[in-house]
Design a protein around this ligand. Structure first.
Ligand code: SF4
Ligand code: SF4
Length: 279
């Protein structure tokens, strides 16, 4: 039985893939996006204790050098997360796929499927395979929302039960990708072709951060790699950077203007994308 550290489970979400879905956020990421909107999902807690006095509700305690969270006392004010300097959270539950699916079942009559996000959900392929198998048996569609830096071709059993992948293409040039994330985008490009061939590209996403990445290069790179006629049916979401929730230097950046996003929309349409959303 496979477990994973769960940051939170949203019983209903309409922004994590098609239709109403349960969204499961797993803890820990393998890259460090400077514009991460959920920076508290990046790292596992190192039990430094800094957040304990920030909790006004007695929901955090240090026991045997570990910070222990009491969900019964917690009011979800997130003061602990604001206090954490390590991009972590003390409110993480280690859960089995079966236990997560029990939570999913509570929303079952009202949802079309589940989406697992992060952190980076691709760090937990065995957990995802078990969870998606349970969900598919009940007729639910199962999406991964991933940064794409883990080679998904290594996990054929997971791909069999995964209905679709929402793939971030954060930058095309490897140096730009590194400057944004401290990571490598070789596997992102591999996954792009691999998922297209499997017909499992549920959505491509580009977060537009003016002056910090080249969204045009990302759009053109995708089109060159997959081919004009093949991008036609792939949903592309162009997402305006917003500083909400961002920690560090990028918290000071301004979002792109509407005219910048319009230019990108037209470029994407010109190179063959037909299903484009700008948010
Ligand atoms: S969110 Fe954090 S700080 Fe707020 S009550 Fe819960 S444990 Fe305490
Ligand atoms: S959540 Fe952050 S501040 Fe709190 S104990 Fe863990 S690492 Fe330290």
């Amino acid at each position: 039985m496979a477990n994973a550290p769960v940051n939170k489970i949203l019983p209903y979400s309409v922004v994590d893939g098609k239709g109403s879905r349960v969204a499961v956020f797993l803890q820990k990421c393998n890259i460090k996006c400077a514009y991460c909107h959920n920076p508290e999902t990046q790292n596992m807690c190192i039990h430094c204790g800094i957040c304990v006095p920030a909790c006004q509700y007695g929901a955090l305690q240090t026991v045997d050098k570990k910070v222990v969270w009491n969900p019964q006392k917690c009011v979800n004010c997130d003061a602990c997360i604001a206090a954490c300097p390590h991009y972590a959270s003390p409110k993480i539950k280690d859960m089995s796929a079966a236990a997560v699916f029990e939570k999913v079942k509570e929303s079952m009559p009202f949802i079309r499927g589940i989406t697992v996000s992060g952190g980076e959900c691709g760090l937990y392929p065995a957990f995802l395979t078990e969870l998606f198998t349970l969900a598919q048996e009940q007729g639910l569609s199962c999406f991964m929302d991933t940064n794409g830096t883990i080679d998904l071709s290594l996990y054929p059993s997971l791909m069999e039960v995964c209905s679709g992948v929402m793939l971030d293409v954060k930058a095309w040039d490897p140096d730009v990708f590194f400057s944004l994330t401290q990571g490598d985008n070789f596997a992102v490009k591999q996954n792009l072709s691999f998922l297209f061939a499997l017909n499992k590209l549920e959505e491509l996403r580009i977060v537009v951060v003016p002056g910090k990445m080249d969204a045009k290069a990302a759009i053109l790179g995708i089109q060159r790699q997959l081919g004009r006629k093949n991008v036609r049916g792939i949903p592309l979401k162009l997402i305006s950077f917003r500083p909400y929730g961002v920690k560090g230097d990028f918290a000071q950046l301004a979002p792109p203007s509407k005219s910048e996003m319009d230019v990108l929309y037209r470029l994407a349409a010109d190179v063959g994308f037909e299903d484009i959303t700008v948010i």
